[in-house]
Every structure is written in structure tokens, then in C-alpha cells.
Design a protein around this ligand. Structure first.
Ligand SMILES: Cc1cc2nc3c(=O)[nH]c(=O)nc-3n(C[C@H](O)[C@H](O)[C@H](O)COP(=O)(O)O)c2cc1C
Length: 224
């Protein structure tokens, strides 16, 4: 698979098969992705992978955590979105939610079904493996963008192996539980999780294709 094909094929998969991802694949991909560029070559990414017996323990822990904090822990380490998100960004966020739920036949008024679907984040949408990315608290926006480069490289390399992913900032609502489980030192904070596994080809969620803005809405070509 060439890079263009991997880019085109990668989507956020939200229903996975139980089939485990071979440890050899994730070891290789996590190492290879470290060729991702970073400003000053800081390589600010720290990665934890959870699978197998550790995933079983993680899921058991989350049962208790969710019972106590169904809507996230009281202290969040960062806001996922700006508090007063404005158009066109707010429209795009609305659109992806609406089209996603429509794909699964969940109407806007059905808050219960929407809530139940959202909570599937806590189960990694059934994925057998997860990645967590943490970053040293001294890092700022430029280094956080480096994390994105690393993580997209991981997702594309996994895609090339036929392995699907869904990035999950959802986990930023559970920094304490995740940090305790992973043993993250206090100087580091959790950025995101990523669900990793083989896509369930029969699940309607995986037929969803998120829209993209028109080229002219985000790119200006000067002299080309
Ligand atoms: C950093 C990051 C965090 C995300 N967090 C979540 C999440 O918590 N739950 C979820 O279902 N999707 C999450 N997504 C997936 C986005 O909704 C998705 O990438 C976007 O709608 C575009 O769709 P696509 O990935 O299928 O192209 C996240 C994506 C990124 C890059």
C-alpha cells in the first residue's frame, strides 16, 4: 500500500472485531513511526500500548471508574474544544455528529441511544488494543502538533498492515484513572488514546465517511 492509499483508506473505525492484533505489528509500527518529524527533534511523544491481559485489567478498572464518574472525572487537564467554538468549525463538529448518528439510524431526539453510543468510547469500541499518548507538561502548542505527526504516522503504518484505528480524546476526561493505570509520572499529561484493531466490516458505524471542507475553504495557492 502506498502512502496515498493509506491516507485515503484510513477512517475512524468505531466497531472492531475481537481478533487480536499481533504484538509484532505494534512493536514495529511504534518504532518506525518515530521517524516522524518534530521541531528541534524533541520527539515529545510518550506512548503506552495496552492489550491482552493488561486490556482486561484496564476494562475492569473502567467499570468502577465509570460507575463513579459516568461523565468524566471532575478535573480535566485540558479542554478538547474551545468553549465558544465558532463557524465554520462548530458547523463541522455538528455535521460529523449528525452524519455519524444518521449512519446508525439514531435520530437527534434519541438522547439515550446517542449517550449509549458515546459511552462505547470507554470500551475502545470493542478494540483489543489501545495506545495512549502522554506529553511532558512543559510542552506547548508546537510540541503538541509534533504529537499529531507521530500519531498520524502510527495510524497510517497500521492502515498499511490492514489494522484500523480511532483516535479518542474521550480519554482526556479520565486522566487520573488512565495515568494511575499506566504509571504516568506527574510531570506528564495525557493527550489522547487510540483504539486499535481489525474493523468489523458488517457494522454500520464503519460505513460512515466524515465530510471534508472544500479545498478552497482551507487552502490558498500562491503562484501555483
Ligand atoms: C486527536 C483526535 C481525537 C479524537 N477523539 C475522538 C473520540 O474521542 N471519539 C471518537 O469517536 N472519535 C474521535 N476522533 C475521530 C474524529 O471524530 C475523526 O477523525 C473525524 O471526524 C474525521 O473522521 P475520519 O477520521 O473518519 O476521517 C478523534 C480524532 C482525533 C484526531
Amino acid at each position: 500500500m502506498d502512502v496515498s492509499e493509506a491516507v485515503a483508506r484510513r477512517i475512524s473505525v468505531r466497531a472492531f472485531l475481537e481478533r487480536p492484533v499481533p504484538g509484532e505489528i505494534i512493536h514495529r509500527v511504534i518504532a518506525e513511526a518515530a521517524r516522524a518529524p518534530s521541531g528541534g527533534n524533541l520527539q515529545p511523544w510518550h506512548i503506552d500500548i495496552v492489550a491482552g491481559e493488561a486490556m482486561a485489567r484496564f476494562r475492569a478498572m473502567m467499570k468502577d471508574v465509570l460507575a463513579e464518574h459516568p461523565r468524566g472525572e471532575p478535573e480535566r487537564e485540558y479542554s478538547v474544544y474551545p468553549p465558544d467554538l465558532t463557524p465554520p468549525y462548530s458547523d463541522r463538529r455538528f455535521d460529523v455528529g449528525e452524519t455519524m448518528y444518521a449512519t446508525m439510524g439514531i435520530v437527534r431526539e434519541d438522547k439515550k441511544a446517542r449517550g449509549a453510543w458515546f459511552r462505547r468510547n470507554a470500551d475502545f469500541f470493542g478494540a483489543p488494543m489501545a495506545l495512549f499518548c502522554t506529553v511532558d507538561r512543559q510542552m506547548g502548542p508546537p510540541q503538541w502538533s509534533d504529537l499529531g505527526m507521530y500519531l498520524q504516522t502510527v495510524m497510517l503504518l497500521l492502515q498499511a498492515e490492514g489494522v484500523s484505528t480511532c483516535a479518542q480524546e474521550y480519554w482526556s476526561a479520565y486522566p487520573r484513572a488512565v495515568g494511575k493505570f499506566l504509571g504516568t509520572p506527574p510531570e506528564r499529561m495525557l493527550f489522547t488514546g487510540i483504539a486499535i484493531g481489525y474493523a468489523d466490516p458488517d457494522h454500520p458505524a464503519n460505513t460512515h465517511r466524515a465530510h471534508r471542507a472544500a479545498l478552497a475553504d482551507f487552502a490558498t495557492f500562491h503562484g501555483v
